[in-house]
Design a protein around this ligand. Structure first.
Ligand SMILES: [Zn+2]
Length: 156
């Protein structure tokens, strides 16, 4: 697969968010079309869910994210209204490497385990160690193997 590209301003915004929300995971979207790219940070409500129901939500926000559903829906509506694309779904891994975990895959394929909810969208994971950016990795859906594969990520 050919390398994916993210604009420098978008990349710097999501890295800053990942560092700011450390030691918790951050999450959000990059939306746009052509040269237009806009970052839409989403509130991670994992800690709230964990506090309300630790049996159902065993992890807290240090090792999991759950997007605020109202904010998530607002972004999808905005994409529809402005005829944009969902370019990137991103989240961070505090004090862990930038890999696509089994949980990440399950979350990305929430409707059907054999197909991501957004097959053309790039998934970006940002590793933050001790509150500082360590590495970012991008993953795309490979329709042949039906798995996510790491793709080279260019920031320009
Ligand atoms: Zn993850």
């Amino acid at each position: 697969m050919k390398n994916a590209t993210i604009g420098r301003a978008s990349f710097e915004a999501i890295v800053a968010q990942a560092e700011r929300e450390f030691p918790n995971e951050c999450c959000g979207f990059i939306i746009g079309d052509g040269p237009t790219e806009e970052v839409r940070p989403i509130t991670n409500i994992q800690n709230q869910k964990h506090a309300e129901n630790p049996a159902a939500f065993s992890r807290d926000a240090r090792t999991a994210f759950l997007m605020d559903p109202k904010e998530h829906l607002a972004v999808l509506n905005e994409i529809d209204r402005r005829k944009l694309k969902l370019l990137v779904v991103y989240h961070s891994h505090p004090d862990h490497d930038a890999y696509f975990s089994a949980t990440d895959r399950a979350q990305a394929c929430s409707f059907d385990p054999t197909e991501p909810d957004y097959p053309d969208t790039l998934y970006v994971v940002i590793s933050v160690r001790g509150g500082k950016f360590a590495r970012a990795a991008a993953f795309g859906w490979d329709a042949g193997t039906k798995e996510f594969a790491e793709i080279g990520l260019d920031v320009s």
